[in-house]
Design a binder for this molecule. Structure first.
Ligand code: IPM
Ligand code: MG
Length: 359
């Protein structure tokens, strides 16, 4: 097993270090896993001027999986768009064709009270957002900012989906629903946008192959509302790139903290990129305050989806749950009055739980 480790910027290196401690425990138990670090995002820009350096892309191509931290920081926002950290991540997704982005939103019972929503609304929530990741307005051409003859500036992007792009991610959606509670809700904006009318049409076509999955549809504005009104109605949500970006941030807050949500981005093979859905949090970077659990849970997803070791994924997830059960809380998930610990202590607690769970 070969894993590329791309820590990136901000809190990325701090939380990646905690995930690596988990790998060390498994390695000490005899697991053969090779890890190699490379620069990406702002760190890539600082090193080579490119947010996705050639050597990094090469390493990723040669790896079974990529463990990704976070990218971005205010110091890079002044750079030309092509050199911004976000471009590094977007290009990596595109280059490796990581079109299926799995973003589970699960409320750990220990954290139900940490949500800004009432515990009785979110307790027991366990849903999966599947976001198409390599198409849509994120990559559509033409795009740009042009200057009209009268001197006015006009910004434009293109929302575009081909039928094959929709079909392949729809299959991932239906197959995921088959492994869960057999319900798939497809989210679009077909009342206004043609690109998403096609989305709905193709999803309906694909659904014929999955008669055991109950398909429903929601317009994205309604979906945003339903997510806070009654989130437990959902099993799997399937949606496009931009809607999925927005809805997955919303869903993360149901779970108490965006610091808890892992994600997997998969291509048609078993190769995947695993990253927390949160960003680089420049405001707390370097302070040892960040919650490493989304990163550690992303590592668990890596074992499940790319490395064919669901047993290790289960163990890591159990260790995280045991750690929460034991009362360990970083600032983002602590209730008023609860003791807060830092990034390293949280990582240490998970490592201890992992070892204990195995003993
Ligand atoms: C995400 C992020 C990225 C996205 C940014 C960093 C480019 O928000 O993974 O959700 O918009 O896809
Ligand atoms: Mg996002």
């Amino acid at each position: 097993m070969k894993v590329a480790v791309l820590a990136g910027d901000g809190i990325g290196p701090e939380i990646i270090a905690e995930a690596l401690k988990v790998i060390d425990v498994l390695r000490a138990e005899g697991l053969h896993i090779e890890t190699e670090a490379a620069a990406v995002g702002g760190a890539g820009v600082d090193l080579t001027g490119d947010p996705l350096p050639e050597a990094t892309l090469k390493l990723c191509r040669e790896s079974d999986a990529i463990l990704f931290g976070a990218i971005g920081g205010p110091q890079y926002d002044v750079l030309p768009r092509e050199q911004r950290p976000e471009r590094g991540l977007l290009r990596l997704r595109k280059e490796l064709d990581l079109f299926a982005n799995l973003r589970p939103a699960k409320v750990f019972p220990q954290l139900a009270a940490a949500s800004t929503l009432r515990a009785d609304v979110v307790a027991g929530l366990d849903m999966l957002i599947i976001r198409e990741l390599t198409g849509d307005i994120y990559f559509g051409e033409p795009r740009g900012i042009r200057i009209e003859a009268n001197g006015e500036r006009v910004g434009f992007n293109t929302m575009i989906y081909s039928e094959s792009e929709i079909r392949r991610v729809a299959h991932v959606g239906f197959q995921s629903a088959q492994r869960r509670n057999h319900r798939l809700c497809s989210v679009d904006k077909m009342n206004v946008l043609e690109a998403t009318q096609l989305w709905r049409d193709v999803v309906i076509e694909v659904s014929k192959e999955y008669p055991d999955v109950e398909l429903s549809h929601l317009l994205v504005d309604n979906a945003a509302m339903q997510l806070v009104r009654n989130p437990r109605q959902f099993d799997v949500i399937l949606t496009g790139n931009i809607f999925g970006d927005i809805l997955s941030d919303e869903a993360s807050m149901l779970t108490g903290s965006i610091g808890m949500l892992p994600s997997a981005s998969l291509n048609a093979g078993s190769q995947g990129l695993y990253e927390p859905i949160h960003g680089s949090a420049p405001d707390i970077a370097g302070k040892g305050l960040a919650n490493p659990l989304a990163q550690i849970l992303s590592l668990a997803m890596m074992f499940r989806y790319s490395l064919n070791r669901a047993d290790l994924a289960d163990r890591i997830e159990k260790a995280v749950e045991d750690t929460l059960e034991a009362g360990y809380r970083t600032g983002d998930i602590a209730m008023p009055g609860e003791k807060k610990i830092g990034t390293v202590e949280m990582g240490d607690a998970v490592v201890r739980a992992l070892k204990q769970g195995h003993a």
